[in-house]
Every structure is written in structure tokens, then in C-alpha cells.
Design a protein around this ligand. Structure first.
Ligand SMILES: [Ca+2]
Length: 504
């Protein structure tokens, strides 16, 4: 029992020791292995992760930086190139386009101007639009193309002339009327046409080829000179018409067929005002005096004639005179003329008015002449202005003869002849043989067609209004129900029977 127990105990102890030792070794080995494995794995994993992370980060950063730098450089270069190219292209294109536009516009403008020129001239020529040049005051000219000219020469000048075919010429004599030595007025007109020389003189006298004549006067068959209101009216077969008021105002009207054919103080009638101050030599000038001097007529009444010079009368007249002149002329800007301001610019007439009054402040006719001229231009443009008053340029008409003042009466008033002609055939030209026995012209104051006609020829008269292209003239007229006969207004039924009326 004892041995068994001892053996058992020994065995138990041996076993315990063996198990303990084996277990210890196994555990040690296992633990060692496990730890080793774990550590190895952990280290491997950690190292791998760390290395991976480091490498990854490194690579990423490097790549990123490199890419960033490269991209930046590329972008910078690309942008630089693009901007440079774009700017260059844009500038080039803009310059090219602008050049093209400028050239195109220039060409277009030239083509347009050429077209307008051709169109304008064609238009003007087709319409045969007549042109009128006037002279008034001391003296001012408004040329066919609308330029206002102040010219104080005291000689004889070519006012208007057909310089291409020499069909007519109108000369104007200036004189200074004893008012200052540097100023002048139109004194008379001389018309040469169809081989005749007609002088339209002061106070409405008329000379034909040097001889005084009575009115109406027919120079067969080309020229008719007659009284028209308070003026002389010369009409010609070629369409030239000259009106002269016997004092200071004259107008020359020509048909459009004379366009660009004229020369003289009235300009060249080519529809361009810019070239109106053309000297006889062909050059243009800005000096009114130089221009006027170049158009002296070949024959001068006093043999020789001094050149005029450009003057500004208001400078010499002084401040007070200038102030009064401006004040008196302001009537042109008054309400009486307001309707006309829109159709006839008042500025040139206002300037002419002040200019004239600085020369002759105390002479009422100086003011009246300019205002009347402006009113006449208004009437021509279709605006009738009643501007005269009892105190301002009053006009007296002989009421005992039935005459009344009309600011805008007919240029060719109704007479016995025109009345009879109108009744014969309204609207057609007629020829009336004048009764030479009915010669009762009281000093040329009648234009009724019943007066003597030099040469005994037929006097061409017209139904009223048919050939009087001018809108109206200021003067003493008959009332609408009367006709003019021998300077008096009579009832049409009281007219003497004209001998013969026949159609042309
Ligand atoms: Ca011109």
C-alpha cells in the first residue's frame, strides 16, 4: 500500500513535473511562436502600412507638386500664348475691319455724294426750277444760290450774264447818292437781250437803245417792258425776267435751263452757294470787294472807276448808332414777321438792315427798303406780312383813282386787256392788237395793255395770273372787283372794246 502510494505519489509528482515542464515548454513555445507571429505580423503590417503610407504620401505629394508646377507652367504659357494670339488677332481684325469700314464708308460717301449730286441736278433740271437773284439796299445781293453779298463799289457791274451762250446780260450801275464815300446803292439796271439794250432807270423811266420810251413797250417779239404795281417788269421770250422798283430794289429771274451757265455778281446758279464768289479769272475769294471789283462792266459811265474795298460801317458809326440801328431793325424779329421766320431766314436781312442803318440812320427809306425786301421774300415764299403802319413806312395810294395799298398784290394786275383775254379763253396765251388811238398813258403808270406800243406790233398779254410766276408785289392795286385802266380802277363792263383778240 505504501509502495503504491509512493509510486502513485512519485508518478504523480513525475507526471506533474513532466506535464508542468512539457506544458511550460509547450506554452512557452506556443506563446513564443504566437507572440513572434503576432509581433512579426504586426510589425510587418505596421511597417508595410507606414511604408505604404509614407510612399503613397510622398508620391502623392511629389506628383501633386509636380503636376501643380507643370500645370501652372503650362497654363501660364498657354494663357500667355492664347492672350498674345487673341490680342494680336483681335487687334489685327479690328484694324483690318476699321480700315475696311473707313474705306467702304469713304467709297459709300463718295458714291452717295455722287448719286445725290446727279439726283439733285437731274431733279433740278427736270423741274427747270427758276432762280432769282436780288439786289437791294446799299447794296446787298442775294445770289441765285442764296449767298448774301455786301458790295460797295460805285461803278457799273455785270449783275448776271449768260457766260456760255451770251443770250443776255444784266448790268447794274452803283452810285453813292452822296451818302458817305464808301457806300453805294443800285442806281439803274441795263438789260441786253435779243439785240436790244434796255435801261431801267430811277423813278421808273425806261430807255430802249438809248431812247426814252413809254410803257407798256414791246420789242417784237422778244421783250415786253411794263409797269407792275410800283415797279417795272421786263419779260423776255427766253424766260429772263427783270423787276426794278425805280429806286434800289431789283431782281433777275431766269429759268432752270440757265443753270451753271451764269456769271457776275449773282453767282453761277449751279445750286452750290460755296463757289458763288468766283472771280472773272475763275478763282474763288472770300472778299466781297475783290469779287465785286472783278465783275466791272467793260464800259463805265465815268470812264474809269476805282476799286471798292470791304467795309464794316457799324465800326465807324460808333456804339450809339449801332445800338439805334439794332433797335430799329428789331422789327424784323417781331411777331408781325414770325410766320415768315420759318420759311425765310431773317438773319441775313437783319444784318443787312443794321449794316444799312449804320450808314444812313436818319434816312427812313433805308429802314423801309430792307424791311420791304424781307416782306417781299416772305411773299415769294407764300407768307403775306402786313407790317406797314401809319408810323412805319406808310404807303400812300391815290384813293381818288380807286387804288388801295396791297402788301401782296398781283404782279400782273387785271386790266381791260387781260379781263377781255380771260373771257375769250381762260388759261391760254393770246395776242391782242392794241388800239393805238387809245393812247392815254399818264406817265407810264398804267400797265393795262391799252397804251401805245412802240413799233405798232402786237402786245402779248395774258389772262391774269397765268404768266405772273411771282406770288405778289407790294403796291397800289385795284380791289378785286375792278380792273386797271389808264391808272384808274374801273368796272370791267366799262372797259373800251379792244379791236382784236385772237389766240396765239
Ligand atoms: Ca454757286
Amino acid at each position: 500500500m505504501e509502495v503504491k502510494t509512493v509510486v502513485k505519489t512519485v508518478m504523480k509528482s513525475v507526471l506533474k513535473t513532466v506535464v508542468k515542464t512539457v506544458g511550460k515548454t509547450v506554452v512557452k513555445t506556443v506563446v513564443k511562436t504566437v507572440v513572434k507571429t503576432v509581433v512579426k505580423t504586426v510589425v510587418k503590417t505596421v511597417v508595410k502600412t507606414v511604408v505604404k503610407t509614407v510612399v503613397e504620401t510622398l508620391v502623392t505629394t511629389v506628383v501633386k507638386t509636380v503636376v501643380k508646377i507643370v500645370v501652372k507652367a503650362v497654363v501660364k504659357t498657354v494663357v500667355k500664348i492664347v492672350v498674345k494670339t487673341v490680342v494680336k488677332t483681335v487687334v489685327k481684325t479690328v484694324v483690318k475691319t476699321v480700315k475696311k469700314i473707313v474705306v467702304t464708308r469713304s467709297v459709300f460717301a463718295q458714291l452717295c455724294a455722287l448719286f445725290c449730286l446727279v439726283f439733285y441736278h437731274t431733279y433740278s433740271y427736270i423741274l427747270w426750277e427758276p432762280g432769282t437773284c436780288i439786289v437791294y439796299g446799299d447794296p446787298h445781293y442775294r445770289t441765285f444760290d442764296g449767298v448774301t453779298l455786301n458790295f460797295q463799289g460805285t461803278c457799273r457791274y455785270i449783275m448776271a450774264k449768260d457766260c456760255q451762250n451770251d443770250l443776255f446780260s444784266v448790268e447794274v450801275q452803283h452810285d453813292n447818292r452822296g451818302v458817305g464815300k464808301d457806300v453805294a446803292w443800285a442806281q439803274n439796271l441795263t438789260v441786253e437781250v435779243a439785240g436790244a439794250r434796255v435801261d431801267l432807270l430811277q423813278d421808273l423811266g425806261v430807255k430802249v437803245n438809248g431812247e426814252m420810251v413809254d410803257l407798256p413797250y414791246l420789242y417784237e417779239p422778244h421783250i415786253l417792258v411794263e409797269r407792275s404795281g410800283q415797279a417795272l417788269l421786263l419779260t423776255t421770250k427766253i424766260g429772263l425776267r427783270v423787276l426794278w422798283d425805280g429806286q434800289h430794289y431789283g431782281e433777275v429771274t431766269v429759268p432752270g435751263s440757265f443753270k451753271s451757265r451764269l456769271c457776275g455778281l449773282c453767282g453761277n446758279f449751279n445750286s452750290f452757294p460755296q463757289d458763288d464768289l468766283r472771280l472773272r479769272s475763275g478763282h474763288t475769294t472770300n472778299s466781297h470787294a475783290t469779287f465785286g471789283n472783278s465783275w466791272k462792266a467793260s464800259t463805265q459811265s465815268s470812264g474809269k472807276c476805282a476799286d471798292a474795298r470791304d467795309i464794316v460801317p457799324c465800326i465807324g458809326a460808333g456804339y450809339r448808332a449801332q445800338k439805334i440801328a439794332t433797335s430799329k431793325c428789331s422789327i424784323l424779329k417781331s411777331a408781325a414777321f414770325s410766320r415768315c421766320h420759318r420759311v425765310v431766314p431773317v438773319a441775313p436781312y437783319l444784318a443787312s438792315c443794321v449794316y444799312d442803318l449804320c450808314v444812313c440812320l436818319e434816312e427812313p427809306s433805308c429802314l423801309c427798303d430792307v424791311i420791304a425786301t424781307y416782306a417781299r421774300e416772305c411773299a415769294r415764299a407764300g407768307v403775306k406780312v402786313e407790317w406797314r403802319t401809319h408810323d412805319l413806312c406808310a404807303y400812300s395810294c391815290d384813293a381818288s383813282k380807286g387804288l388801295v395799298f396791297d402788301e401782296c398784290g398781283p404782279v400782273c394786275p387785271q386790266t381791260c386787256a387781260t379781263h377781255q383775254a380771260s373771257r375769250a379763253q381762260y388759261g391760254k396765251n393770246i395776242t391782242t392788237t392794241i388800239n393805238n388811238n387809245n393812247n392815254n398813258n399818264n406817265g407810264g403808270s398804267s400797265s393795262d395793255g391799252s397804251s401805245r406800243v412802240e413799233g405798232g406790233g402786237d402786245l402779248v398779254v395774258y389772262p391774269a395770273g397765268q404768266t405772273c410766276f411771282k406770288p405778289c408785289v407790294a403796291g397800289c392795286q385795284c380791289t378785286a372787283d375792278k380792273v386797271l385802266h389808264n391808272g384808274r380802277c374801273i368796272n370791267p363792263q366799262d372797259c373800251p372794246l379792244l379791236e382784236d383778240v385772237k389766240l396765239v
